[in-house]
Design a protein around this ligand. Structure first.
Ligand code: ADP
Length: 245
């Protein structure tokens, strides 16, 4: 048993097989990238792993606990948090409030306006915001932050769930080069410091090689290679299919 096990997972949409008998494992502490061309099935695979959709056949298990029958919020409770390609924060709430709502949910409290007014979890919220370099933006509305900062806020919201494993779907999508570089360093530092296992999809190969300790290549819904970055880079199939050489 590895940390996260995907076993013979298949997902069909009508007659179309988006994920075809995929098996792979993510080791504890790994920074595991899923790469592949557009339409390869990366988002579908992420949606399966995080319980957003059910596999047609096959199973997914975190530390031996089968996820396939759990609801997404139960999956969060057992230690998996995820972000989406599109920014997913409450735009009219401040950065502080966005993290507060996540912490309140994580501690299983009913949200109550008095909690917010009393600055509940204030120190913890500021610590999280500082860790994602948003300490100076705590009072700003999320919708007014630059795209890169909104992604940092999303990361703080995900960390508020105290995940063992973090799933990031194209974490640098839509970012400028400067934002991308600082975001990569931030993600790598945070997962290392907190001992969080990372599973991410990414189309930017520079980002992949900067962050990943292991890479799996998805092509037409099938994993065609898994290995260390230098192994995957040298794999003939990968060069031909993905890198276009
Ligand atoms: P990627 O994230 O690698 O770009 P996706 O997982 O988004 O790939 O899509 C894989 C394939 O599955 C695509 O051909 C896409 O059109 C198809 N697909 C994804 N979601 C659905 C759906 N809900 N219904 C039908 N087809 C879908």
């Amino acid at each position: 048993m590895a940390f996260l096990d995907v076993t013979n997972a298949t997902k069909k949409f009508g007659g179309f097989i988006a994920i075809n008998d995929v098996s792979f494992s993510v080791e504890k502490g790994a920074r595991h990238a899923i790469i592949g061309p557009n339409g390869a099935g990366k988002t579908t695979l992420f949606n399966l792993i995080s319980g957003l959709i059910l596999p047609t056949t096959g199973s997914i298990a975190l530390e031996g606990q089968r996820l396939s029958r759990m609801k997404p919020h139960e999956i969060v409770r057992i230690g998996m948090a995820r972000s989406f390609q599109k920014v997913n924060v409450f735009p009219r709430k401040t950065a502080f409030e966005n993290v507060q709502v996540a912490l309140i949910a994580n501690r299983k409290l009913q949200f109550n306006p008095f909690h917010a007014a009393a600055g509940l979890f204030g120190d913890e919220i500021m610590q999280l915001l500082e860790q994602v370099r948003l300490g100076g933006d705590s009072g700003r509305r999320a919708g007014e932050l630059a795209h890169g900062k909104q992604k940092q806020l999303e990361l703080a919201v995900a960390l508020a769930a105290e995940p063992k494993i973090l799933l990031l779907d194209e974490p640098t999508a839509g970012m400028s080069i400067a934002e991308t570089l600082s975001s990569i360093a931030l993600i790598r530092d945070i997962v290392q410091q907190r001992g969080i296992t990372l599973l991410f999809t990414e189309h930017d190969m520079n980002v992949v090689f900067e962050i990943a300790s292991t890479i799996s290549v998805l092509h037409h819904g099938e994993i065609i290679a898994t290995g260390l970055p230098h192994e995957v880079r040298a794999n003939d199939d990968v060069q031909r299919i993905y890198l276009g050489r």
